[in-house]
Design a protein around this ligand. Structure first.
Ligand code: GLA
Length: 268
């Protein structure tokens, strides 16, 4: 048996790990995984045709755009392939989650809440004067799982006493990755040059890493800025640096669950 495993950002360690664990499931259970990077809609549709042509029976996908959901499902059906969404849930023409397509993802809002709580605890532990602190939130509202994470972080911080008027959203353009986050953070910092200390949240590690690079470019360091990521996979070199950077920590998700389990479920 052959299955496909399509990911939107094959360069991101998170997705490399999903592939690694999908391969492990394939070895243990005895099937083949075709790993294909599909950064845009055209590549996704071509990949589905190629999978069918090579005799695959289904695929797991983290789509480059959740709005492609209906097109992916139509293409899969036309090719008689089963489909399972991982990480990013398909959105239907009505703007709602396509619940009829099975999906494995995270409790995005709760994990976002945990980020907000960690940041607030750090402000308190360090005895920072809240009036001097800005909250930089690296948003990417095109993707609901990311929006839930960032809004969850804001919600919790505000609930714990962070002033709502000091929350600044920095929207990432096109993709959620380090360079787009760096640009979004720089734009925001230009507008808020008077802020003395920063806390940073984002939808994943890459978005927070981009913000951290922008802050370092303006002289902020681990004493004056605190960033908390999500994934725990794309920040390892950062955490291994001899001198701590503003990237304080990350919430470790289970790439094994996402890669191994989805591949196994598709096989079964
Ligand atoms: C999204 C993000 C990834 C990762 C996964 C986890 O796809 O872009 O970095 O956080 O969610 O499900």
């Amino acid at each position: 048996m052959k299955i496909g495993f399509l990911v939107k950002q094959p360069e991101e360690p998170w997705f490399q790990l999903e592939w690694k664990f999908a391969d492990q499931a394939a070895r243990e259970l005895g099937f083949e995984v075709m790993k294909i990077g599909t950064p845009d809609g055209e590549k996704v549709l071509t990949a589905i045709d190629n999978l069918a042509a090579s005799g695959a029976q289904g695929f797991v996908i983290c789509t480059p755009d959740v709005l492609l959901g209906p097109a992916i499902v139509a293409k899969a059906r036309a090719n008689n392939l089963k489909v399972l969404a991982v990480d990013d849930r398909f959105v239907g023409p009505d703007g709602k989650d396509m619940e009829q397509i099975h999906y494995l993802g995270i409790s995005a809002r709760k994990i976002g809440n945990a980020v907000g709580e960690t940041l607030m605890n750090q402000i308190k532990e360090r005895g920072w004067n809240m009036a001097e602190v800005g909250f930089m939130v690296m948003t990417f509202d095109e993707l609901p799982t990311i929006q839930d994470r960032t809004e969850g972080a804001i919600e919790k911080a505000v609930e714990m006493g962070f002033p709502e008027g000091q929350v600044y959203r920095a929207p990432l353009q096109q993709r959620i990755e380090v360079p787009t986050a760096l640009d979004a953070a720089n734009t925001l910092l230009t507008r808020h040059g008077n802020v003395k200390k920063w806390i940073i949240a984002g939808g994943n590690d890459s978005s927070v890493l981009g913000a951290v690079r922008a802050l370092e470019g303006r002289g902020f360091n681990a004493e004056t800025a605190i960033g908390v990521g999500i994934n725990g996979t794309d920040c390892i070199p950062e955490l291994e640096k001899a001198n701590p950077t503003p990237f304080y920590g990350s919430f470790l998700l289970s790439a094994r669950e996402h890669g191994y389990l989805t591949a196994k479920m598709m096989y079964e």
